[in-house]
Design a protein around this ligand. Sequence first.
Ligand SMILES: C[S@@+](CC[C@H](N)C(=O)[O-])C[C@H]1O[C@@H](n2cnc3c(N)ncnc32)[C@H](O)[C@@H]1O
Length: 425
Amino acid sequence: MISDLAEGIVKAQSLLSLPQSIVRIVISGKQRSKAPQFLRVDIRPVLIKSLIHWQVVSHDGKKDITKNLLPSDLNLEQFIESGFANLLIETNQIEFTLRVTKSGQAQSNTRRIPASDISQLERKTNELSHDRVKSRLLDENEELFKHLGITDHEGKLKPSRSDKFKQVQEFLKSIEIAIEFLNRKSEAHIESKPIRIVDLGCGHAYLTFAAHRFVKKLGHSTEVLGVDERAESRDRNNAIAQLLDISNEMKFSATKISQLPKQSTDLTIALHACDTATDDAIAWAVKSQSSVMLIAPCCQHDIQSQMSAAPTPWNIVTRYGILHERVGDIITDSIRAQILRVLGYRTEIIEFIAGDHTPRNLMIRAFKSNKDTTLTTSLKTQRAQDRAHDLQDLDKMIAEWRIAPKLMELLHEELEQARSGAGLS
Ligand SMILES: C[S@@+](CC[C@H](N)C(=O)[O-])C[C@H]1O[C@@H](n2cnc3c(N)ncnc32)[C@H](O)[C@@H]1O
């Protein structure tokens, strides 16, 4: 154990002398009162024109910025100086972690990787090509996939389940970003408390179980609730949780989302909750003050069925059935995102997976902003004006399309409060 930061950095930097032995380097978290420019940085060795480089991918929550550096140009100290708190270096022999604690102390740990895992890591490090397929976040031979029926008794992926497996893997990438966000949000205290995750419309709970396992693998304790209106899903999923011996951490409930009592939640997820069940999920997450929500909507009929009189000139688009449907989808999701925005969530809409795995490949990601008590009066006024414009744009869109979105009805009270806070009522 090293407790001196400079010594820890020297040790970390010395591990870089053999780039081909490195599986991955992850830099994340933030030191107290520091604000690094990125949420997280992932580094791995790659071969470019027969020369080893470091591929450095910096994530800011919206986009990835990739740079390829020569081996001598990677300076880990700079990342710590810029305010990051955690450094993980995984080689094919050891796992080295360096952490700057809240009190500014350094803590480091070196763990030898058990022999049984080494062959797998060596395999990974031998694949140095620039276009190396990104490693999966959860391996298909995880026990849970067998119980869920995604892999066969030998742990091989069943071809019929490969799309679902891929969807889950891709969804986990956003869960990783959500966990980074919770890590940075100091009030979540996620080092001492389990991260509370709720999966709404969980069905056969492929994602629910994978999320639990993944968050545990990231080193956090977690409590997960899966909700589906079908009692068969609840019973099947609870039985699997027992088989995996995790029923103290995972519970399933047979409830309609709209009937689920609100409860304190860190992360709300919903993958393809049908039609307005997605609106129920978003409304539940807002009322439960969920810090993050990751919502991949499903088929949407509610607004499509109300779009009988498209405002000119949109009528030239919506006269074609397929375009009517697509515009309906776009209006539905943009209204959902706008509502979240005016309710204080930093909101993004991304494609969480390529369209050939599922046509329902959009995800609304929303991160609850901290109430900033340190804002100057002029900034507060600016924020209120921005919010007022956002609300007016929302109202205008609804009036022009003559629609009544379900989510506005569900969050009527919250929207009225936002209006009054923005000086609109
Ligand atoms: C398309 S499936 C998706 C299941 C799972 N999230 C997945 O991606 O594998 C939708 C699930 O939502 C459930 N569901 C639909 N409406 C619901 C509601 N209002 N309340 C609770 N569950 C609902 C259905 O029973 C079904 O299991």
